[in-house]
Design a protein around this ligand. Sequence first.
Ligand SMILES: NC(=O)c1ccc[n+]([C@@H]2O[C@H](COP(=O)([O-])OP(=O)(O)OC[C@H]3O[C@@H](n4cnc5c(N)ncnc54)[C@H](O)[C@@H]3O)[C@@H](O)[C@H]2O)c1
Length: 452
Amino acid sequence: MIVKSLKFRKTITAVCVLSLLALVILILKKDSTSFNDKITSYQRVAKREDSEDILHRDLVPEVKKEHVQKLKMEKEINKGDDTTKRELQEAKARIDQLEKKIAFLEGRIPQKYPEVTYLGYKERKRILVTGGAGFVGSHLVDVLMTQGHEVIVVDNFFTGRKRNVEHWFGHRNFEMIHHDIVNPLYVEADEIYHLASPASPPHYMQNPVKTIKTNTLGTINMLGLARRVGAKILIASTSEVYGDPMVHPQPETYWGHVNPIGPRACYDEGKRVAETLAYSYAKQENVSVRVARIFNTYGPRMHATDGRVVSNFIMQALQNLTITVYGNGKQTRSFCYVSDLVDGLLSLMASSYTLPVNIGNPVEHTIEEFAMIIKNLVPGCRSTVATGAAVEDDPQRRRPDIAVAEANLHWTPKVSLQDGLQRTIEYFREELSRTTFYNNQTYMDIKVKPNN
Ligand SMILES: NC(=O)c1ccc[n+]([C@@H]2O[C@H](COP(=O)([O-])OP(=O)(O)OC[C@H]3O[C@@H](n4cnc5c(N)ncnc54)[C@H](O)[C@@H]3O)[C@@H](O)[C@H]2O)c1
């Protein structure tokens, strides 16, 4: 009986142990399933980080916290991205703009310079051209550079333009100094062409005192420089020293007929003093001087709006505007093409002739005729010619007697009016295509006398 009871107890204990084991196994299995679920869930979080829904999933608090922080950071970066993107776009636009500007500037600076002759050390001169960025000066610079000389241009750009000489920028024989000749200048030179002075009536009347200073103080400075460095100096004088002439055509021996207090006096008398100064320095200081009395000159690089006859008439004809003749149109002028003038200046400098020399073209036309010549040279021109009020102190006759130049410089002008005007018209046509000129009102006005 006792043995039976013991067997039963053992059986009960074994069943209990087995049941306990099974329970433990069950519990362990459940834990393992929940652990796997968590792992899968974390993996999904990693895969779909961009989704905000994930926040609502059943994540452990640490993962949730970390994810929220990450999303916040992303939002910040995105915000920053907008600003950065805008800044980048702005920078790109600016770079594009600058690249275009550089391309434009590079296009304007020729890679190749006009061909120049090679001159040896002994033949090569250092030549100073005052007013070298102006109309006449820039053509003179071209010839001197082409001949192989070293050229220094001095200009205050009152009426001159860098564009007139920009094709020489960077050339080893070329130098440009921005300087007002009313102030002293210290440079070395073998020859000086002194051309700095406004030349058209509206320009020189704009600031008469400055015009006088340029032609007197400026000329003293240049003559003083010539004396110091032993340079030969050529003074650009003018036919205006003859004023409204009583002798026709005008020879160099004619003393002139100038109104000393008229609107043109600042220029006319300024140039007369410049001549006096030149011969005073020659006599007293032994300076080698040349004086060119330049008559009306025209050609490319003239100022389009300076109010002078050639530029006015061509600009008006090209735009089919009324061609305005000041006065009755019977006053005469003779016009010299710029290349002829430059040849004359070079010949004078090279010669041993020291008295004043007229340089101009003796072919004379009335202003009225001249207006018609220009009108006919512009194809399809529909302009009409009209006369207006006369200009105060306007010389009635102007024609050079060039016998002195012919005899002493062996110089005569070569370019016909027809050829010279054609070239000038082409130049102005191009100017018109690159700049906007607003009809007559922009042409600098010159003082006119009332009609009656
Ligand atoms: N063009 C003509 O028909 C003509 C006729 C007679 C005389 N001229 C004389 O020839 C010379 C050149 O005339 P242009 O037609 O070439 O005139 P322009 O106005 O084109 O040139 C004159 C140059 O001198 C410069 N200049 C003026 N004042 C200056 C100063 N204080 N310091 C430095 N530079 C200064 C100007 O900026 C300009 O580049 C002038 O002396 C003028 O009196 C010209």
